[in-house]
Design a protein around this ligand. Structure first.
Ligand SMILES: O=CCCC(=O)O
Length: 491
């Protein structure tokens, strides 16, 4: 065992969960060239480990393996696939603590959040283990006097799943559990910044009895590994979570082979507080909506709109609560951990500086945090003008921008004035306004008087340039299946 392995492996009870190779066709695979990618802990820049940096040809080998495994996996009884998924779920729960520690080491998020993510990740496997047993769809009544008609739902084939660094386990299982339940086989690319969580899932998939070639994890540079998948006609479904610009590129690349596509892209969530809201609740929920995952969440609130008569009170209490948040290495389980890389920290600085230059007021934080190079103070800026960068671009970090509003009509217009449409947060006690605003908001998800709304049974996804398709729920199976219509002559 190398020194690198010792470091991460020695922190967990089961060192075999720490894998530094790709997992292809049931084999732990290094790059033939010996190339690897170094993974560092964002909290202190320390070495976490190295993963194989696979070439384009090696990434195609994963599709070969998935293609070869497909007929047998698809032919299993739904109940058999369900039982295997159920074992995978149980293994995640059994190894929760190790998986959480690995995640915090490579991603930086506070340990409690990492534990919560493992539960969230496992919940998708449990949910789709059940849905696997119900692939049936509504039938149709024959319109022909001499023929019987039938509809079947069939798995599409190989699915490519390209996953982000902010939720390194849950985004894999949300996609993979649905695909596997449907009868597809998968090739997964975990972010090169957080590959170990995905590789631990592969180790547990093997222990659960997922057959060789059904679940493959390919590590390496995204452009090298993923581009061949977008062109490969054998890859029939493609699911990506990440930024809108990258999503657009992949959309174009996948057009050539007309794949089923799921895109979970950026967000720019408005958080609207009307004067009749419960202000204490709104402040507490605002803290969660902004600072969970250290702000690195596509559901993160970016633009806070507060009705003028309660604006000062909200700003004061929100800034006070924000200043109380603890910032430290995720292993110490603070409220806020480090950001993923230097580019992310620079973006916080840029958004704060730009807003202040345009006349906004700094109410809390505003600078890098003394905890280390990649830490940023939880920050609140008030009176942010509409033309500030932060009012248009995803911040993806712990900076909150607040602006006052005067009328319902005005705030809904401003909330919708974005190319994004993932989630909107709404605080008011007026039931009629809740209905009107929920209808008017052009977002895939609307959270009313609360922040936590996600979970395996709900359809997660956005309007406009926040993406295509839905993940979770029964709807999450659609991209991985085709509907076949069979018309049988009576004669
Ligand atoms: O960053 C996107 C995923 C967030 C979630 O599923 O809660």
């Amino acid at each position: 065992m190398s020194v690198a392995q010792m470091t991460a492996a020695s922190r967990i009870a089961d060192p075999r969960l720490f894998r530094q190779f790709s997992y292809i066709g049931g084999k732990w695979t290094a790059s033939e060239s010996g190339a690897s990618i170094r993974v560092t802990n964002p909290a202190d820049g320390g070495w976490v480990g190295e993963v194989a940096n696979l070439s384009a040809e090696e990434s195609v080998a994963a599709v070969d393996a998935a293609e070869a495994a497909f007929p047998e996996w698809a032919a299993l009884l739904p109940q058999e696939r369900s039982a295997i998924l159920r074992r995978w779920f149980a293994l995640l729960i059994e190894n929760r603590e190790d998986l959480a520690v690995l995640m915090t080491l490579e991603q930086g998020k506070p340990l409690s959040e990492a534990r919560g993510e493992i539960d969230y990740a496992a919940s998708f496997i449990e949910f789709y283990a059940e849905e696997a047993k119900r692939p049936n769809i509504e039938g149709v009544t024959s319109h022909l006097s001499d023929a019987e008609v039938e509809l079947w739902r069939e798995p599409v084939g190989v699915a490519a799943l390209v996953c982000p660094w902010n939720f390194p386990s849950a985004m894999i299982t949300r996609k993979a559990a649905a695909a596997l339940a449907a009868g597809c086989t998968v090739v997964v690319h975990p972010s090169h910044e957080t590959p170990f969580s995905g590789l631990a899932l592969a180790e547990l998939a093997e222990r659960a009895g997922i057959p060789k070639g059904v679940f493959n994890v390919v590590t390496g540079n995204a452009a090298t590994v993923v581009e061949p998948w977008t062109r490969d006609p054998r890859v029939r479904a493609f699911s990506f979570t990440g930024s809108t610009p990258v999503g657009k590129l992949l959309y174009r690349q996948c057009a050539e082979t007309v794949k089923h596509l799921v895109l979970e892209l950026g967000g720019h969530a408005p958080f609207i507080v009307f004067a009749d809201a419960d202000l204490d609740l709104a402040v507490e929920e605002a803290v969660k909506a902004k600072f969970a995952t250290s702000g690195q969440d596509c559901l993160g609130a970016n633009r806070f709109f507060v009705e003028r008569s309660v604006y000062d009170a909200f700003c004061e209490r929100f800034a006070e609560r924000t200043s109380e948040l603890s910032v430290a290495n995720g292993l110490e389980d603070p409220d806020i951990g480090p950001l993923i890389n230097e580019k992310a920290v620079k973006k916080q600085e840029e958004h704060v500086e730009d807003a202040l230059q345009r006349g906004a007021k700094l109410l809390a934080g505003g600078r890098r945090h003394k905890a280390g190079d990649l830490f940023f103070e939880p920050t609140v800026i008030g009176d942010v003008p509409s033309d500030a960068l932060i009012m248009h671009e995803e911040t993806f970090g712990p900076v909150a921008a607040i602006a006052p509003f005067d009328t319902e009509e005005e705030v809904l217009k401003r909330a919708n004035d974005t190319e994004y449409g993932l989630i909107a947060y709404l605080h008011t006690q007026d039931p009629r306004r809740i209905y009107r605003a929920s209808r008017a908001l052009q977002f895939g998800m609307v959270a009313v008087n609360r922040t936590k709304v996600t979970g395996a049974p709900i359809p997660f996804g956005g309007f406009k340039q926040s993406g295509l398709g839905r993940e979770g729920a029964r709807l999450g199976l659609e991209a991985f299946t085709e509907v076949k219509y069979v018309c049988r002559d009576w004669a």
